[in-house]
Design a protein around this ligand. Structure first.
Ligand SMILES: [Zn+2]
Ligand SMILES: [Zn+2]
Length: 297
């Protein structure tokens, strides 16, 4: 029996997902997502397996689901006007090779540790029960995770560009000088683990310090981070791209330059670390540094 809810006394017998959902639907203190979440755990009947499967499917569904529109856009010449490196459209063979490698990595490298996530959550007190925490709590945590992950990513990614680390680990990710969505997770397993630790480890440390974190918050955070990673590799800069409205958001414009010029532009979500430390990539970065220097003298 799942521990996803504390009181099943009002529940009638039910085995199918629909019957279970009807039971949860009678609980007036839950919203629709909480009812679905509760029904899923109850239906699975094994919380460890339910969390493992949920995280694995979330990763697959949202990663490839987010890559798909970019793969379609690459095939429509109309969108070429917004392609950052417009002469470099990934070939079918390149995309196929990349897909095979990413899938292998998901099944061999990532599928395994995901099953340890539920026991870890229980040990450190990440809750998975319904109802969920209040929205302001979750918003604050997502904002903190974005800022801290970006910092983690900046320093470790910058480190990965150093000599031997680049040669033996990070070079794989730089195979595509003009990135495309699917290339976001095309990387050496050590890099996947190291940079992935920023995404998964930061919420764990947050929970160890504050004792306040829910698995739903972590799931949404991972989805947002996947979207950020795929979009920044998309290779497209639109007039409606987020960084045009939020100047400190990195986006594809920032990360495409990194793949194009190899040096500079090390952060993931924001531009402030590269700005403050003068590591913006390419001619745009050079111009920014020159302008700043001229202002100082
Ligand atoms: Zn790099
Ligand atoms: Zn990249």
């Amino acid at each position: 029996m799942s521990s996803v809810y504390y009181d099943y006394s009002t529940f009638s017998d039910g085995r199918t997902f629909t019957e279970i959902y009807q039971n949860f639907n009678q609980l007036e203190n839950l919203n629709i997502i909480e009812k679905l979440w509760g029904s899923y755990y109850y239906y699975m009947g094994n919380d460890l397996f339910a969390t493992g499967l949920l995280f694995f499917l979330t990763h697959e569904l949202f990663y490839f689901g987010r890559c798909l529109p970019w793969a379609i856009i690459d095939r429509i010449p109309y969108f070429r006007r917004w392609k950052i490196q417009d002469e470099k459209i990934p070939s079918d063979i390149e995309q196929w090779e990349c897909l095979k490698s990413v899938l292998t990595s998901h099944f061999l490298v990532e599928a395994f540790p995901i099953w340890f996530f539920h026991p870890l959550c229980q040990k450190i007190g990440i809750s998975y029960q319904v109802p969920f925490p209040k929205l302001p709590d979750m918003l604050l945590q997502w904002a903190v995770f974005f800022v801290l992950e970006d910092t983690w990513h900046y320093w470790f990614h910058r480190g990965l560009h150093y000599g031997v680390f680049y040669k033996y680990i990070h070079k794989q990710h730089h195979r595509y000088a003009a990135p495309f969505g699917l290339a976001a997770e095309y990387a050496h397993p050590i890099e996947v683990a190291l940079l992935g630790l920023g995404t998964v480890g930061i919420p764990i440390v947050w929970c160890l310090i504050t004792g306040n974190l829910h698995l739903f918050t972590v799931s949404i955070w991972i989805i947002l981070r996947l979207f950020q990673a795929v979009d920044s590799h998309s290779g497209y800069e639109f007039p409606w791209s987020l960084h045009n409205f939020l100047p400190f958001w990195a986006g594809a414009d920032h990360h495409d330059e990194h793949h194009h010029y190899f040096i500079g532009g090390y952060s993931s979500s924001f531009r402030w670390w590269d700005y403050v430390l003068g590591t913006e990539a390419g001619p745009k970065g050079k111009k920014l540094r020159e302008d700043r220097y001229k202002k100082q003298i």
